[in-house]
Write a protein that binds this ligand. Sequence first.
Ligand SMILES: Nc1ncnc2c1ncn2[C@@H]1O[C@H](COP(=O)(O)OP(=O)(O)O)[C@@H](O)[C@H]1O
Ligand SMILES: [Mg+2]
Length: 308
Amino acid sequence: MNLLTGEDATAMRLADPSAAPPSFATSPAPSSAPALLAPPGRRFIVQRAVRHEVPLLMGLVGPSGSGKTYSALRLATGMAAVSSGGPIVLIDTENRRAEHYADQFAFQHIDFAPPYGPLDYLAALQAAERVEPSVIIIDSLSHEHDGEGGTLDCVTAELDRLAGTDPTLQQRLATAAWRRPKALRRAMLSGLLRMRAHVIVCIRATERTRMTREPMATEPVELGLTPIAAPEFLFELTCSTLLKAGAQGEPCWASTLTGEHAAIKLPRQFVDVFRGGGALSEKHGERMARWASGEVLPPTGRRRRTRS
Ligand SMILES: Nc1ncnc2c1ncn2[C@@H]1O[C@H](COP(=O)(O)OP(=O)(O)O)[C@@H](O)[C@H]1O
Ligand SMILES: [Mg+2]
């Protein structure tokens, strides 16, 4: 029996266009190979893809004063206008600073004090969900990483527990010390992904540099404004933008710097939403929420000139 790879098959057709398309081997694997069996009871259905209503997970990344909190409230106000009618709930790790905007926006507030372990975040999210919100704002997610009692603190505590003060043992067990904190982080992440409300996460960013790996290089490489959050959170964001220092809520959608690149995600369906530029606003939030509800957005932005 001939076993053909995809490349073999293409080559055959290129050589003789009249040749019938090759049929691929379906015979059982040679007896020496272990049989690959599907798990019993596992069934898969193939059906036409349809776009369902989905909750948004939007990231706002930037240094202090760039516009994360204010923009999150503006976007959330727009999203709430098209959603279930539930309130906006803001989970505030920043010493109640979001309440400075309480007379400009209508929202519920959760004062989230340390510790900032992943399960503490999960508890705050569950408290927020109890009021059936249309939007939850987490301001900020960064404390989950480097805040008091956050994941980095959990890793240090775990390392102390496993290795005590012995530096050699500490070095040997450095990876093992991440196991439990990572599992807790995964639990929080899957809780976050189960939220029915739209979620906006504010993430702090700092200017970072990294020493290059080139042997002769002496200059550090600039990474730019780098998000303070675990990559697994950034990976799950539906859309994410970078607010640079002093941006006053004006988003940045492109950068060649590695750190900044990690903060930016603009999927195709939202390109039009942000085309006009300007500070993040209720209008942007409203259009994003309309897409998330299943609507097909009409194009916006450039108007056609009419001849006089
Ligand atoms: N989207 C926006 N539209 C208009 N003004 C904004 C916007 N975002 C931020 N600003 C201005 O910038 C100031 C600082 O924003 P803030 O959200 O508090 O920063 P951060 O949370 O990043 O520290 C706000 O008080 C407001 O005056
Ligand atoms: Mg803020």
